[in-house]
Design a protein around this ligand. Structure first.
Ligand SMILES: *[C@@H]1O[C@H](CO)[C@@H](O)[C@H](O)[C@H]1NC(C)=O
Ligand SMILES: *[C@@H]1O[C@H](CO)[C@@H](O)[C@H](O)[C@H]1NC(C)=O
Ligand SMILES: *[C@@H]1O[C@H](CO)[C@@H](O)[C@H](O)[C@H]1NC(C)=O
Length: 402
């Protein structure tokens, strides 16, 4: 115990030193930190998932902000699970009581992976997530949004906007040239380049997806904050966090990609949607209470029905979202368009890429998993077709019905 306390103290000291000096890390502190992170990584990597393709009792949707996950939530999962079966969306803290048996079919959260350790059915939980190209992801984080990480980002942004407005009102202009690039209007909003290097960006945005999936964000339930502190203090320890995040992705039931919107939806309907449907049907037949819940909407061809419903719902919700965003940005007279994005200097993009190197790697890994999911689905379809052929032959050539 005393030894652990000493180690913790050392970490705290390291942090204080690291943040005030920023010099070459002290060998001893580094070794201590590396041990802490390695021990955590080793125990996280140890977990074996037997059949990751089978939906278990609880579906946990690890929602990474601004990846389009909201549409999955509202348009897929809400349609599949009725409110009886859905856990109250745990947008900030664990709001649901997992011990109530019916309350265990869906979890939609902005928390990080560490919350799974708080679930009584940790080992009976399937996890899914959606990832997005880190550069797009970063540029999008400047948009306005009350939940982690927005609950930190929004007030911070608001304060910054007001400070800049006050300066303008006092006639303090920093710029002499006219610019209409919303990513670079110092007088109105923090320029992208400055934002990248802000404390907030380091705390919650850079490599955010990796930290969220590894379960070591600053919103973490992990009882070992020193893991995060060490990983944040020494860049070279990031590789351990990345390994854990990759392994977690490997073990997930489903991984979607924001950029491959249509294909992701198709795979989701096939891999997750069908299994949820079957699970609910089985559940209905065993619980009288549940038979009052309408489920018949998706009875004929669950797969096509689900996709069609999703298409309609998600395009509506995208329109609403876009309208809301435009009006917010109009109020502060900004326009973060694709054209403006093209004006962001290459050097700034490169900085974003290097500050998000873990997320870049993780995204590559997710792309790889996505290809595997596609391949698996294709294989299954081929098998179904072959099976159909077989049964056709059997039917036509053998005339002895049972
Ligand atoms: C973690 O595992 C690696 C590889 O098995 C091993 O070399 C290392 O000593 C372990 N570290 C800790 C702190 O357990
Ligand atoms: C998380 O990061 C934000 C943004 O920098 C900060 O305001 C907040 O205090 C941090 N939370 C914790 C628990 O450290
Ligand atoms: C933002 O700029 C784009 C391209 O310049 C334009 O098409 C769009 O209408 C503008 N949006 C707003 C809200 O001004």
């Amino acid at each position: 115990m005393a030894k652990e306390l000493a180690a913790l103290l050392m970490v705290i000291l390291t942090l204080v030193c690291a943040s005030s000096i920023h010099s070459v890390p002290d060998e001893e502190f580094f070794t201590e930190c590396e041990n802490i992170v390695q021990r955590w990584a080793n125990s996280s990597l140890d977990v074996e998932v037997k059949d990751k393709h089978t939906l278990l009792d609880l579906l946990f949707f690890l929602h990474i902000p601004r990846t389009g996950g909201r549409a999955y939530n509202f348009c897929f999962l809400n349609k599949l699970y009725t409110s009886y079966l859905e856990c109250p969306s745990s947008y900030d803290k664990l709001h649901f009581d997992p011990s109530i048996p019916l309350n265990r079919w869906l979890q939609v959260v902005h928390d990080d992976y560490s919350i799974t350790s708080k679930l009584p059915m940790e080992r009976r939980t399937s996890v899914m997530t959606i990832l997005r190209n880190p550069v797009d992801h970063f540029c999008n984080s400047k948009y306005i949004g009350h939940i982690w990480p927005w609950k930190y980002l929004v007030p911070w942004m608001r304060e910054d906007l007001f400070a800049r407005r006050d300066r303008r009102n006092h006639g303090n202009f920093q710029e002499d040239k006219e610019t209409n690039n919303a990513y670079d209007m110092k007088d109105i909003v923090i320029p992208l380049e400055e934002f990248i290097h802000s404390v907030v960006a380091y705390d919650i945005i850079h490599n955010g997806a990796t930290f969220q999936i590894a379960g070591v964000t600053n919103n973490s339930y992990l009882e070992a904050p020193e893991v995060r502190n060490c990983a944040m203090s020494y860049q070279s320890l990031g590789k351990y966090v990345l390994e854990v995040a990759k392994k977690r992705l490997d073990n997930m039931l489903y991984v979607g990609l924001t950029e491959q919107h249509k294909e992701s939806a198709t795979i989701f309907a096939d891999v997750v949607g069908k299994q949820v449907f079957l699970q609910l049907q089985a559940l209905r037949s065993s619980f009288i209470l549940l038979q009052i819940i309408p489920v018949a909407v998706f009875s004929f061809n669950i797969f096509l029905e689900l996709l069609k419903a999703y298409d309609e719902c998600s395009s509506t919700s995208r329109k609403i979202e876009a309208r809301r965003r435009t009006s917010t940005l109009k109020r502060i007279s900004l326009n973060f368009s694709k054209e403006a994005r093209l004006q962001v200097p290459e050097a700034v993009l490169q900085t974003i890429i290097s500050l998000n190197s873990l997320d870049m790697e993780l995204y590559k890994h997710a792309q790889h998993i996505f290809e595997q999911q596609k391949y698996r689905l294709l294989q299954e379809r081929v098998q179904v077709e072959m099976h159909k052929d077989d049964s056709f032959k059997t039917d036509s050539h053998e005339s002895a019905p049972l």
